[in-house]
Design a protein around this ligand. Sequence first.
Ligand SMILES: [Zn+2]
Length: 143
Amino acid sequence: MKIKTVNLQLTTHFNLKEFVIHNEQYFLDLPEANQKVIVSEALEQAKKLEAFRIAIGNKPLFILSGLRSPEYNKSVGGAPDSFHMFMKATDVTYQGVKDVWLHDFTPAQTLFSGVIYYPKQLFFHLDRGNRRFWSRDGGFSAI
Ligand SMILES: [Zn+2]
């Protein structure tokens, strides 16, 4: 059965609609098999975000970007092979990230294989792609 609504609670704190922000219609128009892959990836991402949320002191996480259609990814200047297009990446921010991001980088690295902190825009890119850690905009780089 094709999924006809993005309102699907994945974990205690995360709903599918948060992961398809900006690309709801794209998701709804996908073939059933592709939708299932996206939901399964979003669930994996949500489980790790729940763990990250606990690790940083149970602060609510705000998802800025999750699934991206290839067109949307291009329009926001995403990498051509961005993990966002496969729902293996989420950009998140939370209260006080500016002051605690370096401290929180450690739990992020234990949960996600790709961690990028954007010091100007104040958010973490967290993905389950190949292992690499760095910070955009001349900020921080590790491993
Ligand atoms: Zn990202």
